[in-house]
Each structure stands twice: as C-alpha cells, then as structure tokens.
Design a protein around this ligand. Sequence first.
Ligand code: CA
Length: 705
Amino acid sequence: MRKIVYHLLLFVTIISCKEEKPIGWIDNERLTHREAKDWLSLGGDHMMQHYSPLNQITKKNVKDLGYAWEYDASTIIGNVPRGLEATPIVVDGIMYTSGAWGAVYALDAKTGNQLWIYKPQVDASYGRRTCCDVVNRGIAVWEGKVYIGTLDGYLVCLNAENGSVLWSKDTFTDRTKAYTITSPPQVAGSIVMIGNSGGEYGVRGYVTAYDLKSGEEKWRFWIVPGDPANGYESEEMEMAAKTWDPNSHWQSGMGGTAWGESAYDPELNLLYVGTGNSTPYPIWFRSPAGGDNLFLSSILAINPDNGKLVWHYQTTPGEIWDYTATQNIVLADVDINAKPRKILMMAPKNGFFYVLDRVSGELISAENYTKVNWASHVDLKTGRPVLTENGQWYKDKPRLVVPYLGGGHVWQPMSFNPTTGLVYIPERAVPQVFKSFDTYQWLPDVDNTNLDYGNMFKFKKNVADQIKSAEDTLRSESLLAWNPVTQKVAWKFPDGGPDGGIMSTPDLVFQGTRTGYFNVHDARTGEKLKSIFTGTGIMAGATTYSIDGEQYVAVMAGYGGAETSAYLPDGVVFQYENKTRIIAFKLGGGETPIPPKKTPIETPAPPDTKIKTELLAKGATLYDFYCFICHGNFGGKHLSQHPDLSKLTPAKHMVFNDILLKGILSQNGMANFSNSLSEEDVEAIHQYLLKQQTESYKKEKAAKQ
Ligand code: CA
C-alpha cells in the first residue's frame, strides 16, 4: 500500500511538474519530438523543414479553407506600413511572432486576440541602413522566454508570459557603421546566437552567442577578417585572411553578414550559419589581387559551446554578384545511393542547390535549380563552381548574368516535405547586367556595393554582344518542386512563384504571393487546388497548428523590401492599402476581408518659383543614389509604398531642408541625411523634385480639360 501511495505521489508530482512549466516552454526534448499540433521554431522543429505532419486539411476538403481571424500587425514606428517576413511560432495554443523594427506579438492562436506586444524603441534613422525595408525574420522561443533582435542591434530576452524585458544586450561592435538586425536568433545548446545585416552598406559580418539565461556574452565569430595589421581575433580569421589581398579595402568591412535562418542539430551539437555577400561587390576594388575571400557566401558549422569552426563550405568563391548563402538552411535524414545520410540543404542566391553531409561538410551534390549562366557546373571533386565567360569579372566590360543580384531564391523559406521527398522553392530566373563604376570610395550610411543599378536591366545598351537568343533577357518565376536526391525538377508551377515563402503538409503546399493570393497546391503534381484573394502582398512563409482538434494555417501578410520584387507593377500593394496583418485560415472559414483600394493622389500645385535648371542633373543623380531605394519613381509609375516625392504639399516644400537635414519627420520613419547631404545637395534634389511636380501637375491638368 505504501508503495502504491508512493508511486501515486510520484505520479502526481510528475504531472504537476509538467503543469508548472512556464508558458512558452520549448526545449530540445519538445523540439526533437514535436507534437503535430505545435510549430516550435521558424521551420517547425529542429530540422527547419517548414513542414508539418498535420493533415486535417486535405486535397479533398481544401476547397473549404477560409478566413478564421486576423490580427493588425501594422506599423509601430512611423506612418508607412512595412513588410512582414517572419514565420509565426505556435506552442500550446499561443502564437509568437515578430514584425517591423523588431516588434514581438503574442496572440491567442485560436482567436487572434492579443496577449501582449513588445514595441522596441528604435531611432527611425536605422531605416536608412536597410537595403530591403525595416523587416524582421522571426524570433526564438525557449524555456519560457522569447528572443528578438531589434533593428538597432539589441538582442532582447522577453518573458513569454507577459512580454516584460528580462535582459537586453547591445550586439553591435561599432555604431558608426551601418549595422542592423533583421535576422532571427538561433538557440543552440546553452546559447542564443544572433547575426546582423548591412552587407550592402559596408560592415564586417559576425555572429555573437549569449548565455540563454543570463545574457552573458559567450563568444563572437567574425565571418571575414579585418585589417591584418591589427592582428587576428581567432585562428579562423588567420586562416581566412590568407584568401584575401593584404591590401584589401578594409574600411569597407567586407560584408559576409549572417542574416538568414540558421539551424542547430542537438545530436551533433553543431550550429549551422549561412553567410552573406561582399562589400563592395567588385573584388577588384575589395581585394584587388582576388582570392576566395573566406567566409563570404559560405555555410559554417560551429561548435556552439566554444564558437570554434568545425567545417565550412563556400558556395561562391570570390563573390562579386551579391550571391549570399544566407538562404534558409534545411536539415533532413534521407537515403542517398541506398545509404542513410544526415544532410543539410540550401538553395542560395547563386542558383545551385547544395546537398552537404551535415556531419562532415562533404559536398554530396550540387545542380542548378534555376537558370544559371555564370558557372557551367559545380565540380564535385573540388567543390568549386566552374566559371563561364559570363562569370568573369565585369571590370573591363558589363556582363550579362543570371541569376540577378536578388538570386534564384532569396530569404523566403523553402520547404522540405519528408512525405513526398521534395523541396519546394520560390524560384525565379532574372538576368541582369552587372556593371560597376570606374572608381570606388566608401561612404557612411549609404549603399557601398559600387554597382551601377541604373544599368541593371539595360540589356541592349550594355550587353548586346552577349545576347544569343531572346530568352537570355526574359524573366520567369515559379513554385518549383525539386528532388534533392536526384537533383532534378519534379514539377514546376509557372505563375505560383511571386515572392511568398513555402510551407508544406503531407499532401499540400501553401504559398502567398505579392499579387495578394494565398494558394494551396497538390504536393505531388503542383496543381493549384485553392486560391484565396487577400488583397495584401504576402512574402512570409506560413505556419500550421491545431487547437481543440481544428487545424489552422496562418501567415504574415504585408509588403515591403527591395529584394522582394517590390518594384514590380503586378504587386497588389499598388492597388490596395498595404494592410499588414496576420491572417489565419481554417476549414469552413469565411470570406477574407480585403483592404480598401488605393485612391490616386492628385499632384498639388507646385510653389510658384523659377526652377534652377542648372541644378537638375545633380539633383537627379543624388535622387537616384539616396532617395530612389525607398521612394521609387514618379507619377503614374510610382512603384513604392513610400510617398511619391513629385506630389509634395506646400507645407512640405516649406520644410524640405529640415526634413532631410534636421530629421523633423523621423517619427514618421523618414531618416535624417545630414551626414551625407549638404545644403547645396538638398537644394539640387529639391529643384529636381520641383521639376517633376511641375510636369506632373501640367499633365494632370491637361488630362482633366
Ligand atoms: Ca545583399
């Protein structure tokens, strides 16, 4: 009897221990043995496959998929809605996810009701330091805590129950450089790792690890070396420096920033990190003698206990095309040549699909998953791409290259489906003219790629001799199903590609599009089974979970960011208000609410002043360099979610200089440019805009009459 009571007590104790686990409890045990109802990491579980075994929603009943709820995740700083890119995490019925600037939302995943919100206090000037909007790619939830990297560089640990700040660490080594954080943290063993962004701006990439509980800094792994004259931080940097010209342009930082989804294998205790592109892109300005330039565009396997490199694989030696290897890392255990292999997969920007042995880093296979003309193939013996004529330096002449700088696949997650054995990739084939300027100088807080963006798509003018057929300049996009074992296309859905990340379940593939649809495809054939119009551009990958026996699919909808085809006219963001929100769907759900249509803004009458024509050329050049990336072009062709600057009100004209040089609209998200532009520069830009406004105004008036 005593024994029974003892066991009963033990049993009750175990039960109550389980119940006592704090809210948001995810640990290695739960992550490696995920219950189907939960979605515990950005990729679902530790394999980061963006796959769920839930199968209540089937090929047969998916026609009944409809709206369950939505949550307004609109802008928290400024008045322009920003892009959303994170995949929500769902644990025990609570959804945790992040938004612009590094905001965190905790919601009841059944109703969308907000439990708490974390709003970081970020100086809007950091918006100037992003190539591709003030986005955030997600959080980590671990043992009752939520980890977020804010745009201005803090790793913040929140209490998962109420969102209160437990600790906050400044992860930046140099605040005079244009570092930002847009990437998700990654938990590995007893640490949480965070990288950063800024590869286009001229920063030196690194990742830092902090103790999960105390936030104490444990180690920092530099991705590219600094000036060897200052010595090396680690033996890895001493090794990497041998692949750089000692007279490299060290002031440029060299890039290599880690801003994508990482992964951690708890069994091997290896942390996998993908690294970014170079700064400046042309190696003849960066590392004039050439070299592989480690660890740009590489996949790194790091021991999280000490921050030491275990193995590395460089996808694009001597990178000159913005070919990051920051695309999402997916782990899988598959049979290759009748042998079970632990693999790591990535479809980086450079167009090749890499299958590596994740224990040793051995290259198993690499084939192009999209159109590639810079290399003929990857030599499996050397592990190196074999360059073609198009892949030579664009130093002496412009070169026609595919994939373009946005890549054959960018940050939007691909999904591996262990049931079909296929990987689903938001693929695109876009050719580009690579042309650099003749000289290079590093400047603070601006794009330091030294690429001539104005000539990117001027094929006939620049590379007529390299065009062999009309197809060489065509762009295409697809939802691509790829067999990673045979390295071959399984199927291709041509118009399914525009932008959205992928999630899959045993029989289905889910993808949102910039054109405002949320689509569901047959995982085996690609057939589109369901298409829901949301009126909101969708870039993020979806998540799926189950509550009270009911399966939900949720996705963050909201558009913004240059690397996401933001300037393509078919974006729904140019027709409807960019209503940034989380939308959840379920079987038997209703109609999805559509945001209001955008109404065209009439051009206000320009101030009655004489335009200083002698400043127009300078103004145009400055506009292209500083303003275009956010504000885009003018008039009927205004393809940007930021204001059309040819439609300034009289009041804005009055304070034009103060907006740029004193930052008086920084609360709206408009950065201060006083460290880049002089009063004369601002005057030239203003005159150029006045000219545009005068022309637009006249045109509109004439059309009315
Ligand atoms: Ca880049």
